[in-house]
Design a protein around this ligand. Structure first.
Ligand SMILES: [Ca+2]
Ligand SMILES: [Ca+2]
Ligand SMILES: [Ca+2]
Length: 466
């Protein structure tokens, strides 16, 4: 009976990553050290992303249709300016003004000319927030939909996370502090943490002795735009570390329930549980139901046992109370390990370490910082699993909560109804409603476009596949 109370986490990928990396020089690299050196072999150093800067030295001039082309250029030169770019057959021009000149004075000069329709300042916008984290270019999972991502740059333009929104990470703990033999992950130094608890060792220090929980936390709220390492989905939100899995990644239902009740009693808005097991229990079910009843959005990984016939995974299968997340890889196909079933709600990037579809020289895992053999041996590791997919959704839920709702039904509806459909049209047991689109979800939340009853949709939809 005791074994039935055990819940094994769904992704212990350190071993997978190491064995891939060690299997030959031609295999993808799976970890990057803090200084940019590579853990196993040594390809080229990644380049940091470019940064847009606004300029005070440019204006826009639009000439009237009857202004001859040669006159346009003559007028620009007569003002000491030069054309940087043009469109509309040369009528609309981006113009550099002379050094030391004020844009407004040049604009007024051009506006006095009969052959000029208008002149105005060149305003710069950032097309999307692009964090300066060094290895962000390797986080394909946070980029555009066309390259396997969930559109975080456009989402961050709208919402980067409210510190009052707390995401409880129920896992192996988090490398969030220096305490005893434990060290804070360098790229969690700017992440906000609220007090958690260690239900394995029964103390106030839920330090990670496994590595999994730190990686999961990174996807939710890695310190972002800090010039270091990688980015996280809801980096402005706060993390509550709750350790309910031991150093082997195993925890009992009672312990997990304790962790859930702790999170509820201490102000969690969202709970992420990147874990699962084959057993149902009243204890676990009641705790998850209580979270839902108390207005907490509960996000779970769907499980990694596709090869074993996709056995039902709990707590993901508590369908009415939690969002169950499957995994896709770079090409938006279901990751080979990801469970299918009637309880799958959405998919998110979980990666596939057996391929390098984006041809960046690395296996297509999810890149976040965690430690290796020693608790102070931090590097950026590519992991795969539905454990890696779920925190993308928990992070998106936290961004939606930061937009003003904490109602689990509203959050779930926003996520599901803006997901990009994959597989057969409509909800299906392989992809749920599809892959999450963070930009669409935060953009559409609150616009009145989501007046849909999620319960009725789900019943209708799942009814067709059962
Ligand atoms: Ca960072
Ligand atoms: Ca790759
Ligand atoms: Ca579908």
């Amino acid at each position: 009976m005791a074994s039935k109370q055990k819940t094994r986490i769904t992704a212990l990928l350190l071993v997978v990553a190491l064995s891939l990396g060690l299997s030959g020089q031609n295999r993808p690299i799976t970890a990057i050290n803090e200084d940019g050196s590579l853990r196993l072999t040594a390809p080229s150093d990644p380049a940091p992303p470019s940064v847009l800067r606004p300029s005070l030295s440019e204006i826009i001039v639009r000439f009237a249709p009857d202004c001859p082309p040669q006159m346009r250029e003559a007028l620009i030169q007569a003002h000491g300016c030069s054309t940087l770019d043009s469109c509309q057959e040369g009528r609309l021009r981006r113009v550099r003004i002379p050094p030391g000149e004020r844009p407004q004075r040049m604009i007024e000069n051009f506006q006095t000319l009969d052959v000029v329709e208008y002149a105005e300042p060149e305003h710069y916008v950032r097309a999307a927030f692009v964090p300066d984290d060094r290895f962000f270019p390797f986080q394909w999972n946070l980029g555009g939909i066309a390259t396997g991502g969930i559109q975080m740059e456009a989402a961050w333009d709208i919402q980067q996370g409210d510190p009052n929104v707390i995401v409880a990470v129920l896992d192996t703990g988090v490398a969030y502090e220096d305490f005893g033999i434990f060290r804070q992950a360098p790229d969690l130094a700017d992440t906000r943490f609220v007090p958690g608890y260690d239900f394995i060792n029964y103390d106030n220090h839920p330090n990670d002795d496994q590595g999994h929980g730190t990686h999961v936390t990174g996807t939710i709220a890695q310190s972002t735009d800090n010039g270091l390492g990688v980015a996280g989905v809801a980096f402005g939100c706060s993390i509550m570390p709750v350790k309910i899995l031991d150093r082997d990644g195993i925890g009992g239902h009672f312990t997990i329930a304790q962790g859930i009740y702790f999170a509820l009693d201490n102000g969690a808005t969202i709970i992420n549980m990147s874990l699962g097991g084959p057993d149902d229990s009243q204890t676990l079910r009641d705790a998850v139901a209580e979270a839902y009843r108390r207005g907490v959005t509960f996000v779970c990984s769907a499980g990694n046992e596709f090869d074993e016939g996709s056995p039902i995974s709990y707590p993901a299968a508590y369908d009415e109370f939690c969002i169950a997340v499957g995994a896709v890889r770079f090409d938006m196909n279901r990751a080979p390990y990801s469970n299918i079933g009637p309880y799958v709600d959405v998919v998110a990037p979980g990666g596939d370490l057996s391929v390098d579809q984006n041809d960046d020289g690395f296996a297509d895992g999810i890149l976040q910082q965690t430690f290796g053999e020693q608790f102070d041996d931090f590097a950026y590791w590519f992991f795969q699993g539905t454990s890696m997919a779920a925190p993308h959704v928990a992070g998106l839920a936290a961004l939606l909560a930061s937009r003003g709702t904490t109602d689990p039904d509203e959050i779930r509806t926003a996520i599901e109804m803006t997901a990009i459909d994959l597989g057969v049209p409509g909800w299906d047991p392989e992809y749920g409603w599809g892959v999450i689109d963070a930009a669409a979800a935060v953009r559409h939340y609150g616009t009145g476009n989501l007046n849909v009853n999620p319960g009725s949709i789900r019943r209708q939809s799942t009814g067709t596949v059962e």
